[in-house]
Design a protein around this ligand. Structure first.
Ligand code: AMP
Length: 396
C-alpha cells in the first residue's frame, strides 16, 4: 500500500471514498457536518499537492434507485465552504457525464459523484461497477472508516483495480486504524476496556475478544443486570436478557480462567419508571427492589471504576454506564468520561468509540481530553470483535 503523507498527488486524479453519510433535515439542510469536516485535511493535502479529487460516498439507505432526500447534491454548498473551491457534481456516479467531468478535471479541482447506493451494485460489491468507478481516477484513497466493515464496490472491491502503491488510506482512516491497532495489538498494560450500553447480546463478541487481551473489563449500563441475574441476584424491572444469562456466566468463568478482572457496578441509581422525571433511589445492583429498575451506576461503583481507570495505561470505552440522555441518570457516564480524561492527562492512551459513547463524550465536552474519538461505530466494534475489516484488508 502507498503511504498518504509521503505521496505526491501532483497531476494525479484521486478517487477518494469518504463517509459523507450526514444527517439532513426535511429542508435537506445538514444538521451535523462532523463527517464532512473530518475529511477536509485529506482532501486539502491532495489539492495542495496539485492533484484533483473525485469524491464518492453513500448517503442514507436508498432502497430503489435515486431519491431526492438522499442526493449528495445537498452537500455541495457546505463542501465548497469548507474546501474553498468550486465543487462540480456528477448526477450519476458512473454515467457518461461522470466520465466526461472526471476526464476534464484539472489540478486543484473537485468533483463530487452522486450517491453510490443509487446503484444496487455498490452494496453487492459488484466488480464491473467497481471497475467503472476506478477508471475515473489514477489513484485510490479510502478515508471512510465508518464503512470499512463493508465489502462494497467503493470500499474494498475497487482497490484491486489499482496497483499496490496507488491505493492507500486517507489521513482520517490512517488515524483510526493506527489507534485501533495500538489498543488491540500493542496495548501498554494495564489495559482496561469499559463496556456499557443496553444489551449483552450486542457486546458478546467484543467482550469475548477482549478477554484475550485486556487486564480489566468494566461492565456498566443496562447490560450489567443480565450478569447479576445470572449470578442469582434480583434486578427488579431492569433490562435483562434471560436468553443471555448462560453467556454472561460463561464470560465470568472465562475471565477467571484467563486472569482478567471483571468489574461490575456495586450499586445503581434506581428509578420507579423509565422516565426523566422518575422517582429515584440507590440500591445494590444485585438486589434491586421489585417495581424498580437500574438506570445508572451508583456512587460506590463510580469510586471503584475510577480507581481501575486511574491505574490504567490503555483504555477502550464503548457504551454508556446508564441512560445518560436523561439528566437524572447521566452522572455515572459523566464521571467515567472524566476519569478517562484524567487518566489520559496522566499519560494513558484512550480510545472512545461506538455511537453512544461518542455522543456522551461530546455531551460532556471532553472529546479533546481523550487520545482518540473514533468516527466508526459499527466498523470499530467489528474491529474489536477481532474481525478483519474488508476496507482495511483491500488496501493492504
Ligand atoms: P448501546 O447502543 O448498546 O451502546 O446502548 C446505548 C443505550 O443504552 C443508550 O441509549 C442508553 O440510554 C442505554 N442504557 C444504558 N444503560 C441503561 C440502563 N441501565 N437501562 C436502560 N438503558 C440503558
Amino acid at each position: 500500500m502507498g503511504t498518504f503523507s509521503n505521496y505526491s498527488f501532483k497531476g494525479e486524479k484521486a478517487v477518494v471514498r469518504v463517509d459523507f453519510n450526514v444527517p439532513l433535515n426535511e429542508r435537506f439542510e445538514i444538521t451535523d457536518d462532523t463527517r464532512i469536516r473530518a475529511s477536509i485535511p485529506t482532501l486539502k493535502k491532495i489539492l495542495q499537492d496539485g492533484g484533483s479529487v473525485i469524491l464518492m460516498s453513500h448517503l442514507g439507505r436508498p432502497k430503489e434507485g435515486p431519491v431526492e432526500k438522499y442526493s449528495l447534491k445537498h452537500l455541495i454548498n457546505r463542501l465548497q465552504q469548507l474546501l474553498g473551491v468550486v465543487v462540480k457534481f456528477a448526477p450519476d456516479a458512473v454515467g457518461e457525464e461522470a466520465k466526461q467531468l472526471a476526464a476534464t478535471l484539472q489540478p486543484g479541482e473537485v468533483l463530487l459523484l452522486e450517491n453510490l447506493r443509487f446503484h444496487k451494485e455498490e452494496e453487492k460489491g459488484d466488480k464491473a461497477f467497481a471497475e467503472r468507478l476506478s477508471r475515473l481516477g489514477t489513484v485510490y484513497v479510502n478515508d471512510a472508516f465508518g464503512t470499512a466493515h463493508r465489502a462494497h464496490a467503493s470500499t474494498s472491491i475497487i482497490a484491486d483495480f489499482f496497483p499496490k502503491e496507488k491505493r492507500m488510506f486517507g489521513l482520517l482512516m490512517e488515524g483510526e486504524v493506527s489507534s485501533a491497532e495500538r489498543v488491540l495489538h500493542n496495548a501498554e498494560a494495564p489495559f482496561t476496556a469499559i463496556i456499557g450500553g443496553a444489551k449483552v447480546s450486542d457486546k458478546i463478541l467484543i467482550i469475548e475478544n477482549l478477554l484475550k487481551r485486556a487486564n480489566h473489563i468494566i461492565i456498566g449500563g443496562g447490560m450489567s443486570y443480565t450478569f447479576f441475574r445470572a449470578m442469582g441476584g434480583n434486578v427488579g424491572n431492569s433490562l435483562c436478557e434471560d436468553d443471555r444469562m448462560k453467556t454472561a456466566k460463561e464470560i465470568l468463568e472465562n475471565a477467571k480462567a484467563l486472569g482478567v478482572q471483571i468489574h461490575l457496578p456495586i450499586d445503581s441509581v434506581i428509578a420507579d419508571k423509565f422516565d426523566a422525571n422518575a422517582e429515584t433511589n440507590l440500591a445494590d445492583s444485585n438486589n434491586i427492589p421489585s417495581g424498580w429498575m437500574g438506570l445508572d451506576i451508583g456512587p460506590k461503583s463510580i469510586q471503584s471504576f475510577k480507581k481501575v481507570i486511574n491505574n490504567s495505561r490503555t483504555l477502550l470505552w464503548n457504551g454508556p454506564m446508564g441512560v445518560f440522555e436523561m439528566e437524572k441518570f447521566q452522572n455515572g457516564t459523566k464521571s467515567i468520561a472524566e476519569a478517562v480524561a484524567e487518566a489520559t492527562e496522566k499519560g494513558a492512551f484512550s480510545l472512545i468509540g461506538g455511537g453512544d459513547s461518542v455522543a456522551a463524550i461530546n455531551k460532556f465536552h471532553l472529546s479533546n481530553k481523550v487520545s482518540y474519538v473514533s468516527t466508526g461505530g459499527g466498523a470499530l466494534l467489528e474491529y474489536f470483535e477481532g474481525k478483519e475489516l474488508p476496507g482495511i484488508a483491500a488496501i493492504r
